[in-house]
Design a binder for this molecule. Structure first.
Ligand code: SF4
Length: 303
């Protein structure tokens, strides 16, 4: 294991006393074995302060930080539990500070912008607030709030395309939907990727509620892992794209099929409901044009 993802607010509630010492220890062990250690935080960033940023420098981090629209909309839904204070300005301070303070070629922040029809028109305000950030340190991912997928009309698809173009025009790498161009559909489809719950139980997918139903093994007190290899084999034996729809699809191998979790939930059968094309909020041709814009920008920045 050399890449650890920490998910949710908990890793930052006791960062100094638990998370930092634990990750530092793991980093030392991994580096002693001659491997590179990196960690990935999926967070709303509201608990990150200067002291934490200083400690993060040592951990080779990547972070995914989410905004729920522009300041006006974000601050209506994302407020501090204590005192009901808004979080937008703090999150943008964190993003700037991380980008300034953390060096290293591999460092980047994914700024995930969740949007719906109400918040999409104001998204350009975010662009104004991040224009001064080094483009090599930030990657912008747009995600429609899934509960509003049915509200996506031609008008909003056009607006989204215009916004993506504006971000790309300012030199940002931008992405929308689940196509990543990795050699797997999701990291959990690889054999050595596991999810360790707070109680030591081991699972494969962190996109579902963890329970005894989703358990594949256990992390024992001596640090070793006991895992049901047969159960893992049942999940991973068939590649996620091994069905006639994916094999005939022009998106293969940019898309490697629906993830193994979704396939499991559909008895191993592909269906339109779990096809990755559902995750893009534009027509396929618009998506491909946008992808081309992104690649042009990457080439530009690589010189
Ligand atoms: S059919 Fe859907 S899930 Fe399969 S490769 Fe194409 S886009 Fe991906």
């Amino acid at each position: 294991m050399r890449f650890i993802t920490l998910f949710g607010g908990e890793p930052f509630t006791d960062f100094n006393s638990i998370t930092y010492p634990l990750l530092s220890k793991i980093k030392t062990l991994i580096e002693k074995a001659g491997k590179y250690f990196s960690c990935f935080f999926v967070t709303n960033a509201s608990l990150i302060d200067e002291e934490i940023i200083n400690k993060l420098k040592y951990l080779n981090p990547h972070l995914q930080i989410t905004l729920d629209g522009d300041k006006e909309h974000h601050d209506k839904v994302r407020i501090w539990k204590q005192g009901n204070k808004p979080t937008y300005d703090h999150i943008l301070w964190v993003i700037h500070k991380l980008a300034e303070e953390i060096q290293g070629e591999k460092f980047f922040i994914t700024l995930r912008i969740n949007y719906d029809n109400t918040t999409l028109p104001g998204i350009s305000e975010i662009l104004d607030r991040i224009k001064d950030i080094d483009r090599k340190k930030i990657f912008v991912h747009f995600e429609r709030v899934w509960q509003t997928e049915k509200d996506s009309t031609e008008e909003y698809k056009k607006l989204l395309r215009k916004i993506l173009k504006n971000f790309i025009g300012e030199g940002f790498c931008v992405n929308q939907g689940t196509f990543r161009g990795f050699p797997y559909s999701c990291p959990s489809d690889t054999k050595n990727s596991i999810v360790i719950n707070y109680d030591g139980t081991i699972h494969k997918c962190n996109g579902r509620t963890l329970s005894s139903e989703t358990q594949y093994g256990v992390l024992k007190a001596d640090g070793t892992i006991e895992i049901d290899e047969d159960l893992i084999a049942q999940r991973l034996a068939v590649a996620t794209f091994e069905n006639k729809e994916c094999l005939n699809c022009k998106m293969l191998p940019v898309c490697m099929g629906p993830c193994s979790q979704k396939l499991l939930e559909h008895n191993g059968n592909w269906s339109k409901d779990i096809c990755s094309l559902k995750s893009i909020d534009t027509s396929l041709s618009d998506y491909l044009i946008t992808d081309f814009w992104v690649k042009s920008m990457i080439e530009k920045y690589n010189g």
